[in-house]
Design a protein around this ligand. Structure first.
Ligand code: 5GP
Ligand code: MN
Length: 339
């Protein structure tokens, strides 16, 4: 993989460009891809953003989202775009398997793949150009750096600024995680100078849910949460029946895993959601417990040191039992751990 700055000369003439992200994109995946889109289209490139799957409706306010191609819904046109692309930007993921059914075509594409990502253990051999930096708060911050590095920072429009800000904001828990550096605050200051209305982004993302979702959260915290004080850990397990009862859509469960961390002394939070076709797991920690390794070891997943995910094909009850067993195997670290 060549350094990302080696790519700039290749973008001096118009190219066919695809920008893609991980399946079930979150705020950072959608924000970083659309931020880059709003930048690249200004140079006469033909640019299309493709999502491997559908996405949460709380992202639908984002400028440019209506032109995003859903691979599962429009597979034929997405495949044409992928095979015609000169460059395929891969944002907010680093192993092709994170693109679900798109993996095969992405691997077979004749264009050059470009990586911009902040997750651990990148599949570097799959990318011609790229930057992988686990020290970055978000992929959106890296897109911002890519734009500034090109010398065209003046081309950050308010549309691009909103998308980039949304990505950074969502991946940093609204600027509270340790990943927030001085560079992140300088980025925000620069976006403000460029006309960003940041309150609009906060409201669009956090104040746009259904009544049902709030009642679902209430039910979850009351009835689906188990606290293991001996491990400083909380588990939330959600049966599929809850999702149906409260009409829960993609994205409605986003962020729920963070709530237990507000309990004094809790250092790890896990959520297992029975999505029918699979059991989706999310893990969050504070400080020294490495949930990336935990997710990789026990749940077929990965991510970051303090935020990771995984999945299982086993029934919910089995996954819960597996989780408890994994806790016991990590007892020493979890029980003695101090901030
Ligand atoms: P979430 O829990 O919000 O789905 O994901 C937390 C972090 O872990 C995100 O950065 C996400 O990209 C990563 N992640 C989630 N699920 C998986 C997975 O199954 N495999 C890998 N490698 N990473 C995951
Ligand atoms: Mn991210």
């Amino acid at each position: 993989m060549q350094a990302i700055d080696q790519l700039y000369p290749h973008l001096e003439s118009p190219k066919n460009i695809v920008i893609t992200m991980h399946q079930k994109p979150d705020g950072d995946a959608m924000g970083s891809t659309l931020g880059l889109y709003h930048f690249l289209v200004q140079f006469g490139h033909k640019v299309t953003v493709i999502s491997p799957t559908n996405w949460a409706s709380f992202l639908n306010w984002m400028p440019g989202v209506n032109a995003v191609v859903d691979f599962e819904r429009s597979t034929d046109s997405a495949l044409n775009l992928i095979y015609e692309a000169d460059f395929l930007f891969c944002l907010d993921f680093n192993t092709l398997s994170r693109t679900k059914r798109m993996e095969e075509s992405l691997a077979a594409a004749t264009g050059q793949r470009v990586l911009i990502d902040h997750h651990q253990q990148p599949q570097e051999e799959m990318f011609a150009f790229g930057v992988s930096d686990t020290g970055k708060s978000s992929t959106a911050e890296m897109v911002y750096d890519f734009i500034i590095g090109s010398g065209h920072g003046d081309k950050i429009t308010t549309d691009a600024a909103e998308c980039i800000y949304a990505g950074v904001m969502t991946d940093t828990g609204s600027f509270r995680f340790p990943s927030v550096t001085a560079n992140v605050h300088r980025l925000v200051a620069d976006l403000k100078d460029k006309g960003l209305a940041h309150s609009k982004v906060h409201e669009a993302i956090y104040d746009n849910f259904s009544e049902n979702r709030l009642r679902f959260m209430g039910n979850t915290l009351l009835n689906r949460m188990e606290v293991f004080y001996e491990y400083n850990t909380v588990l939330i397990a959600i049966p599929q029946a809850d999702l149906l009862k409260y009409d829960i859509k993609t994205g409605d469960t986003e962020g729920l895993v963070n709530y237990p961390l507000s309990i004094e002394g809790i250092k790890m939070a896990a959520i297992i959601i029975d999505r029918g076709e699979e059991r989706k797991c999310s893990f969050r920690s504070k400080g020294g417990f490495d949930v990336n390794t935990f997710a990789r070891t026990y749940f077929n997943g990965g991510g970051h040191f303090n935020a990771a995910g995984g999945q299982s094909r086993e029934p919910l009850e089995t996954v819960i039992a597996d989780f408890k067993k994994a806790l016991a195997e990590n007892k020493e670290q979890l029980s003695t751990y101090k901030f």
